[in-house]
Design a protein around this ligand. Structure first.
Ligand SMILES: NC(=O)c1ccc[n+]([C@@H]2O[C@H](COP(=O)([O-])OP(=O)(O)OC[C@H]3O[C@@H](n4cnc5c(N)ncnc54)[C@H](O)[C@@H]3O)[C@@H](O)[C@H]2O)c1
Length: 269
């Protein structure tokens, strides 16, 4: 029970639909937090998906609520945070998991429009900033809390084909460091998680639908880029990294970026 008496709010706690049965990073994290006794507020722009996550938690005997909010709308973010606080009287963990890429229209530079750039930045980076902005007064009053920002190894991948997603995730890493320094005096920690190639519905099933290629082919292509055993990770790998960083075991760790990528970022050349 590594998160006993903790309250967590997870932005993007649903997941993209997919036929494979794979679990998304946010949903897996919500489940793992609840298994470790955290109370979990599952926030997503897709309320049905947030409800599915809360129902999975309830089925395992955990305590969760679902909340609809689009993280680009400040009033909706404020309402979600207030809903969580009103229910449990505190917020110990903010997990910013929302992220979009090709579904937001990401593309190589020559094809990017300012509208696309702003849309993806708004969801991936501004959304996280808004959640931090409105959770921090609660955490400061409590003299403690943990912020986890889900960035991506793509923040460093120069071979990545599209431009906005990696830029937004690089921004997430720097935002995390700023958050860590500006709030360390209040006992609040902020760390970034950098997933590599994960087998989630968003990353694989959606690509199968978009390209018409087989799942096996896309999986093999992604597996081949992973040094560790040549296999992608799963949402559970992100969840267990998040669990460690959220728990008191990581009480002296702030301002770091933790790759969860099977060694992808360690490879040079
Ligand atoms: N899957 C990967 O290979 C991979 C790799 C690196 C980083 N990541 C990051 O991990 C995170 C989760 O990835 P995933 O593959 O589980 O994706 P996912 O799409 O299944 O999960 C993201 C959730 O965010 C929600 N969401 C999207 N826009 C929103 C908005 N404006 N407001 C509120 N909710 C919104 C979606 O409905 C979805 O439930 C993302 O930040 C992604 O960039 C994923």
């Amino acid at each position: 029970m590594r998160l006993q008496d903790k309250v967590a709010i997870i932005m993007g706690a649903g997941q993209a639909p997919g036929a494979s049965g794979a679990i998304g990073n946010g949903r897996a994290t919500a489940c793992v937090f609840a298994r470790e006794a955290a109370k979990v507020c599952c926030v997503d722009r897709n309320l049905d998906s947030a409800k599915e996550t809360a129902a999975l938690i309830a089925k395992e005997g955990g305590d969760a609520i679902a909340w609809a909010a689009d993280v680009t709308e400040e009033a909706a973010v404020v309402a979600a945070i207030a809903g969580c606080f009103d229910r449990w009287g505190r917020i110990d963990i903010l997990h910013n998991n929302v992220g979009i890429s090709v579904e937001g229209g990401d593309a190589p530079l020559a094809e990017i429009t300012p509208e696309t750039f702003q849309r993806i930045m708004n969801v991936n980076l501004c959304g996280a900033m808004l959640a931090c902005k409105h959770v921090l007064p609660i955490m400061r009053a409590q003299a403690g809390g943990v912020i986890l920002n889900v960035a991506s190894a793509a923040a460093y991948w120069t071979a990545y084909p599209n431009v906005v997603y990696p830029a937004s995730k690089a921004g997430m890493v720097t935002l995390t460091r700023q958050l860590a320094m500006q709030n360390a005096g209040y006992g609040i920690r902020a760390n970034a998680i950098l997933p590599g190639r994960m087998d989630t519905p968003m990353a694989v099933d959606r690509r199968v639908e978009a390209t018409g290629r087989s799942r096996a082919e896309i999986v093999a292509e992604r597996d081949a880029t992973v040094p560790l055993r040549g296999k992608m990770g799963t949402g559970w790998d992100v969840a267990y990294a998040a669990l460690f960083l959220a728990s008191d075991e990581a009480r002296f760790i702030t301002g770091v970026e933790l790759p969860v990528d099977g060694g992808a970022l360690a490879r040079v050349g």
